[in-house]
Ligand binder design. Sequence first.
Ligand code: ZN
Length: 325
Amino acid sequence: MVEKPVSVGIDIGGGSTKIGLVEPDGNIIVNEILKLTEIDAPEDLLDAYINKIKSWKEQYRDFQIEAIGVGVPGHVINDHRATDICNLPFLNRFPLADYLEKNLQLPVWIENDATYAGVGEYRYGSGQQSERFLLATLGTGIGLTFIEHGRIHATGNGTLGDIGHMIIDRNLTFQCRKGCWGCIESVASGVAISRDAKQLAQKYPESYLGKVFERENRDPTVRHIIEGSFEGDPVCIGKLNETADWLGLWACNVVQIFAPHRFAFGGGWSASGQGFIDKLYQRAKSVGIEEYYNRVTFVQATKGNLAGILGAASFAFDHARNTRV
Ligand SMILES: [Zn+2]
């Protein structure tokens, strides 16, 4: 019997890791979320992945694992062998690829997590056949990936710099988690929205957010603002529009740098739907150079939180096969 080729995609997050076995056509054989919150040593984290992959080797005997792709929430250093300035600081400068290769005898390729999400969307989701594709990830932070004719563009450290920290608020009202003032993350990231949602809940106790605060005894989040807006709550609708306004200004800058043909949005806010994304487009168009907007469409990302493992797995295939030739 001929074993079918698969690769492993690993998407390292703050408190959990997504990991999956993926065929070359993007079919996911299995995927799991590993909750690894107590860990603070790199070997412990990587051993959890190694044990999972070894158990899959036993369980899925019809398949031959060829390579591993790892998406890291940080910079990519040492020729795609390690990470730095990572959201998990204990991984900084640890020889991540060496450790996995030594223990599994499989080639490893590392990219930034947003980059892999972009690759996943480009190859299997909202970016297919787009010559100039941008993916924005609107989550805890704000990330951006640019793929031109199938090639990833990075300006440094395996990323497009810190483009989620472009300064757009001239009043410099808030400081973001990385320390800059008035950046798009300071007003429109998950962290910023949670901060504002809590204040709105306290200021308007009769609003949807106020009731969430009272009923569930916890701080409301992006999800609650989206739910409230669907129910017609004016405070939630107001916050959604304000956020669309900020993101629209940021998107305008981004569009006028990269001139994309398609601009996809994923992460928490994308659950607001195409109506929200249309607001970003209108806002960007209203302040920008019109000709950019005649050739770009703004769309929702379609692969959700699986984009990262899809991109990681498929890119790992490419690198394993190219290096073998
Ligand atoms: Zn910032």
